[in-house]
Write a protein that binds this ligand. Sequence first.
Ligand code: UD1
Length: 370
Amino acid sequence: MMPVRLLCVAGARPNFMKLAPLLCALERDPEIDPVLVHTGQHYDDAMSGCFFRDLGIREPDYHLQVGSGTHADQTAEIMKRFDPVVVKEKPGGVIVVGDVNSTLACSLVAKKNQVPVIHVEAGLRSFDRTMPEEINRIVTDAISDLFLVTEESGRCNLLEDGVPPEKIHLVGNLMIDSLRANVTRARESDILSRLDIREARYGVVTLHRPANVDSGPQLREIMSALEVISETLPIYFPVHPRTRSRLNGHLGRHRISFVDPLGYLDFLCLVSNSSAVFTDSGGIQEETTVLGVPCFTLRENTERPSTIEHGTNVLAGVSSESILNAWTAADLTTRHGRVPPLWDGRAADRCVEAIHAFFNCKPASLAATG
Ligand code: UD1
């Protein structure tokens, strides 16, 4: 039998560390023929190229170079450029990861071409439909055929939505596969000296959610709490491009150092040596859980509740008062947390097993490639 051709979609920064271990495992499998498609949603070297190098991801087979735009523009452009790839490659399936616009756009194109969609990191829900990622998650899951899930909440949410249990596989967390594979190498990074960090204790901040950074008053609210915290804990803040232009009034004040976005290994090194992380990212809640670093999530909700149940994560909210309350209440000396089940560095193998089972159940016409 011909190997099953699978289009693997990468679009934005958080996709790359999830796809890297999966692509490796798929490439080792003689029954699978993975084709790598980069949509170009993220395109700067600091947001994309550098992650490919750090994670050892090969050159994409297709680079769609969509770039930035409104959500409508970006999603439509990805769909327009991905459609001919699907038509040409006639894949047995399309693998999408996470919850970014590329995930949504490529799932839609696959389904419209009658190609099965495999969603990695399926089932997560913040239950906050003002978040663009929540819409992407809901729509992608509504049309997916195989659901690979990182944590128990994902399975429960999908069952609630009526997904048949046999289509759901709790496989663990690919982002943690990447972390475990790279953490020793990351600790050799010289980022601490490059940033001239001399303090034994410091905090790390990342902020990029539209709800937090697009509105001036909301960003000021968060920054004023961080400025207070920085009086006792110096803070290093790698600034996402979306946030950069909005931070002008805050630059050069207090003990907050604003730096350019960091590569994968440098960032992992910075976080793993830090005393606390303040973030609105999804993936960083997971990484800090495994590293045992206290995480203050600057949001009202999380689609990753296992990082709170098991891990080091607390929801600190987005008001200056709630952030400072969470900070004051935290005991940074004892909180180490536990690692959620199956976040053991072997998620990629479980994904491949589930993908095999899925295609073995299919009629040969779907499993074979043209
Ligand atoms: C996207 C994802 C978000 C993810 C985040 C990680 C969606 C809806 N959002 O948000 O879930 O957590 O990526 O970073 O898909 N820009 C650059 N260079 C780049 C990429 C972006 O300068 O390489 C700038 C552009 O001005 C762009 C802005 O950043 O307009 C936002 O980029 P975009 O991809 O639209 O969304 P993110 O905020 O990065």
